[in-house]
Design a protein around this ligand. Structure first.
Ligand SMILES: Nc1ncnc2c1ncn2[C@@H]1O[C@H](COP(=O)(O)OP(=O)(O)OP(=O)(O)O)[C@@H](O)[C@H]1O
Ligand SMILES: [Mg+2]
Length: 384
């Protein structure tokens, strides 16, 4: 097992997540479109790539990352580009020759993805939805096509920001009606994921209905026993006793593979021979210096909320980073202090929970950080 810190974990870097992957495949088998729901850095993209690299029999998987799509046109451009790209077609050819040939033929027909729609070689220009329907209808297929769309919520948020809320609503409605279209449903399954919560983004523009057909599947953190074996596997060549692994995992607490990888990388930089409690403490301190691994926790909040909402969210996190917890009653005081509408404030707190910053799992009235490491980073770099 190879260390992998930050990139998508593939091949021998990927720690098995069979339960989640089987759950997703079973849901695909039963015909549902899926939303992979998990906070940032939990391992969504790695799970998607595992399914892409090793699809279940009967499926072909396309993967498209739409994070940089700032508007609807760029979204469709990326989607059509992926489906008609030589890389995807030649890869598909290896196990779905008929589909590959059909994709190649259709690729020749799609002349241009323009801002007003798709131009086909026969001179016809169709809007994106009609063009997608035509594309799929003409597709000769012996295996079902899964289209994985990573960072879908980010694209929606970009459309809200750079186009308009109305445009985003219409985009979401179109996406939903395509998913429900029987001609498409028969051949294509969509799997969405993203590092910001789609539910939160659509709730903010009152468009929750537009995703209520998606089957939401969660990727949880690792359970202690699994995290223990994972850590052992990453520590093959170094001397480490069970107590040290337990110490490490107790320190990390929120057992997502990422934090285990990050701390072990630093621990190995300190000593290649052994992992001691003292080294683990130093490794955590060193890990906190990697600004690029943490800064997004702050910047994404800034992008998501209006200034008042952002300041409210930041203050909640500042308080928890200092006091370790915050009570609902103190949050209510902060709502008044920031002069926020109660429903908007509740939605912001919900986003903080949904996006993996905080939880109130032990007591509904008390919130704490999921990750003590993030709590320390926040305390050092944002709150102070
Ligand atoms: N199955 C896994 N095996 C080993 N490491 C993993 C696994 N899943 C995640 N990781 C670790 O977590 C990091 C983030 O993984 P990944 O990019 O898949 O998460 P993500 O949920 O898509 O993140 P983001 O929300 O930022 O898009 C990886 O670089 C790796 O360190
Ligand atoms: Mg990802």
């Amino acid at each position: 097992m190879q260390l992998c810190v930050g990139q998508v974990a593939r091949a021998d870097q990927f720690w098995a997540r069979d339960t989640e992957i089987n759950r997703i495949w079973d849901s695909v088998d039963s015909g549902g479109h899926i939303l992979i729901a998990a906070p940032r850095r939990v391992g969504k993209t790695s799970v998607m790539y595992k399914m892409y690299d090793e699809p279940r029999n009967g499926y072909v998987v396309a993967f498209v990352d739409v994070e940089s799509a700032d508007n609807e046109h760029e979204f469709w451009h990326k989607l059509f580009n992926t489906l008609t790209s030589e890389t995807f077609i030649s890869q598909t050819h290896r196990y779905a020759a008929k589909l590959a040939a059909s994709l190649r033929e259709l690729a020749g027909k799609v002349k241009k993805v323009s801002t007003s729609g798709i131009e086909f070689g026969d001179g016809e220009t169709l809007d994106y939805a009609a063009a997608f329907e035509k594309f799929v209808t003409e597709l000769q297929i012996e295996k079902k096509l899964i289209i994985m769309v990573d960072e879908f919520a980010q694209a929606v948020e970009n459309i809200i920001k750079y186009q308009s809320k109305e445009q985003a609503e219409s985009f979401l409605r179109t996406a939903r009606s395509l998913r429900q279209n029987p001609k498409i449903l028969e051949k294509v399954t969509f799997i969405y994921a993203g590092s910001i919560g789609l539910e939160s983004v659509v709730a903010r523009i009152g468009a929750t209905k537009s995703i209520n057909d998606l089957n939401s599947i969660k990727i949880p953190p690792l359970v202690f026993e699994d995290a223990f074996v994972f850590t052992r596997a990453l520590c093959k060549e170094i001397e480490v006793d069970n107590e040290a692994i337990t110490y490490l995992l107790e320190k990390i607490e929120w057992l997502i593979p990422f934090y285990i990888q990050l701390v072990l990388q630093e621990a190995k930089a300190i000593s290649k021979e052994s992992l001691t409690n003292e080294n683990i403490d130093c490794a955590i301190t060193a890990a906190l210096q990697h600004k690029n691994h943490f800064e997004h926790w702050k910047s994404k909040l800034k992008e998501a909320f209006e200034p008042t909402g952002y300041n409210f969210a930041k203050e909640i996190l500042n308080v928890i980073s200092d006091k370790h917890t915050i009570k609902s009653s103190s949050i209510t005081n902060l709502i008044s202090k920031h002069n926020l509408d109660h429903d908007i404030a509740k939605e912001i707190v919900h986003t903080l929970v949904y996006d993996g910053y905080i939880n109130n799992s032990d007591d509904p009235n008390i919130y704490r950080f999921n990750s003590p490491i993030l709590r320390m980073w926040w305390y050092n770099n944002v709150a102070n």
